[in-house]
Write a protein that binds this ligand. Sequence first.
Ligand code: DI6
Ligand code: FE
Length: 406
Amino acid sequence: MGFDSLLLDCHLATMAGDGAYGEIRDGALGVRDGRIAWLGPASELTQDALENSAQVLRLNGVWVTPGLIDCHTHLVYADSRAGEFEMRLNGASYAEIARAGGGILNTVKAVREASPDELYVQSLKRARQMMLFGVTTLEIKSGYGLDLDNELKMLRVARRLGESLALKVCPTFLGAHALPPEYRDRPDDYISLVCSEMIPRIAELGLADTVDAFCEHIAFSREQTRRVFEAARAKGLKVKLHAEQLSDQKGAILAIEFGALSCDHLEYIGRDGIEALAGAKTVAVLLPGAFYFLGETQKPPVRALRDAGVPIAISTDCNPGSSPCTSPLLIMNMACVLFGLTPAEALAGFTSNAAKALGLQDELGTLEVGKKADMAIWDITAPAELSYGMGHNPCQMALKHGVVRG
Ligand code: DI6
Ligand code: FE
């Protein structure tokens, strides 16, 4: 029996099995019903498969990887924050700008003023740029609305992106991202709103399956974060956390207590946090774009995480304030150069481990029989070239559920 699609004349970086990349040189891959039905050395293909496949893609010796998964983004937003970039280069810090009512709150103002269509059109451009880099799955957080209607508006825009593009969108509710101006000096009241109104409504509408929070001295405390997680758990939603980005709040330890999918940033995580991660299934998501863009000097403890066997994902953190970036490949390069990841770890960070960070490892993230046939095709001669290039894009095309994306 033939396949719906057969990829020939290519090398596969399966990101599963033996070797850093799970390489199969001179490989072939067959797709049936949107899933990988067979893969292996081309020499082992049957004559029947060669003759009876509906579509045969001859790829001229390029590399095939799992479609990239960007597991932490704030891609839905309005307007840029180039003005703050200038302020920072004139001496102001990110935290100072935030305390003065700028930063995240500037984007909150812009998002509140934007119509759903405006927000969609601006975000669509960024989603399309990501897709040009072989991204097939994208997490998108809310968190620039900070009231029920505007958080719902953001989550609906995220859903609309997933419906209109050949892209899987995983929506996350990040109501506890910053304190909105109308709740100034009343953070506990705002957290009550998040817990008793926003989370139940979003769960009821099915607009997000995961809840995130920003546990930081410029955002919310560990006790406030705990309340958010309890409300999420009560509605059967999963949790993850912006943890230890600017200081060690012991947020990761709390998140692990709630079975978090991931703890993200982690520049300031302590020994106790690493130990907690070591004993958990939680993924460490590193965001070198924010580290770079904010001129941070404290690096996340990559070696300790690696030695502890913690799965490491990486992500663009695409957002207007700390990482205005839509290139996963640039982030892979930064992860290697700035954090010391190997190119194979960087690719795992955008594939197999990114899938784990979203709880999608049974469906996505590696090239294995039975998984969804989401793939990116690269004009490179070795997988390390993906991390090696700076600001390049060798992506030739991507397939979503086995279908070549236009
Ligand atoms: N940490 C970040 O890096 C982003 N959010 C967060 O909690 C930044 C968001 C922004 O500055 O707009
Ligand atoms: Fe973030």
